[in-house]
Design a protein around this ligand. Structure first.
Ligand SMILES: C[S@@+](CC[C@H](N)C(=O)[O-])C[C@H]1O[C@@H](n2cnc3c(N)ncnc32)[C@H](O)[C@@H]1O
Length: 286
């Protein structure tokens, strides 16, 4: 098993925490809400968020369920897990806790069979595709019988499609090809949602669905948010990859490249890359 913490390319400083929180707001809009519409929210009392980062989804999920089902707040608990505690919130409400845990290791027995919903988002740059099944098995172990997993991740497959300019426009091609090379060299998934859906089925989850969310054709206001998210994400990942592995001249030119990237998104009302998000849901046997 590879060391997942070494593959993960992003920083864990306050700038990156702010980016993750801003990204959260965009993704919630992009995938139509905090929860997949198939989940029976009224039955959810114990929630785990694995690879929680700043815990932003978990905290908002708590507020959402509290306001949807008033008077039942005390029945619910929320637990965030992450391989690093660096971005955990400083203070948390009573029914929210955070623990260190690597999703590629079995959870301690105290968590087994405990959760109605296990939520995961954006581990595509941290967990090699060949280890999805290990991760999913570990997550299934902490679900109650009949509980659900919802895992939202990125599908980069359309980025290399010959029908768009993602790899030919010089202002963004460096970023897109660096991202695709990174996925390939680290054995990360090009289409993470599809691969996850296969793992869900292989470990015996039922009612598996993989809903794809594109980012074009969704109106002007959405486009502006998508452009900003794409530019910020590519900038954050590629800046770190270049500082980790880049040649000296690439390191020297990175600020210029980033200026070009933002221009690409801004020109002519701007473009949106063919990046997609997928929400994958499955259910443990009751
Ligand atoms: C891109 S961030 C996403 C954070 C959060 N899920 C969100 O969507 O805002 C990925 C998170 O996964 C964590 N992570 C990376 N490898 C992990 C692993 N093997 N087990 C658990 N968490 C991991 C990172 O520390 C980071 O907080």
């Amino acid at each position: 098993m590879g060391d997942a913490s070494e593959i993960y390319p992003l920083a864990r400083d306050s700038t990156e925490s702010s980016r993750l929180n801003e990204q959260h707001n965009f993704i919630v809009q992009a995938v139509d809400g905090l929860f997949d519409s198939s989940l029976p929210l009224e039955n959810i009392s114990a929630v785990a968020d694995v690879g929680t980062g700043t815990g932003i989804w978990l905290l908002q999920a708590r507020d959402f369920l509290d306001s949807k089902f008033p008077g039942t707040e005390e029945n619910r608990t929320f637990h965030g897990f992450d391989i690093s505690s660096e971005q955990f919130p400083q203070s948390t409400p009573d029914n929210v806790s955070f623990s260190l845990h690597n999703v590629l290791k079995p959870f301690p027995p105290e968590y087994h069979g405990k959760y109605d919903l296990v939520y995961v988002r954006l581990l595509v740059a941290a967990v090699p595709e060949s280890e999805y099944e290990i991760a999913v098995r570990n997550l299934v172990e902490i679900l109650k019988p009949g509980g659900y997993i919802q895992w939202t991740d990125i599908n980069s497959a359309f980025l290399s499609s010959p029908t768009n300019d993602n790899l030919t426009d010089p202002r963004c091609s460096f970023f897109v090809s660096t991202w695709l090379d990174f996925l390939k060299t680290q054995s990360l998934a090009i289409d993470a949602p599809a691969s996850l859906a296969e793992s869900f089925k292989r470990v015996g989850l039922s009612d598996v669905r993989n809903i794809g969310y594109a980012q074009h054709d969704r109106g002007e206001r959405f486009k502006i948010r998508a452009q900003k998210w794409q530019a910020q994400s590519l900038e954050a990942v590629v800046r770190r990859l270049v500082s980790r592995n880049g040649e000296a001249d690439v390191k020297r030119n990175i600020n210029e490249e980033i200026k070009n990237l933002w221009e690409y998104f801004g020109e002519d009302g701007g473009r949106v890359l063919a990046l997609r998000l997928g929400v994958v849901v499955g259910r443990k046997a009751a």
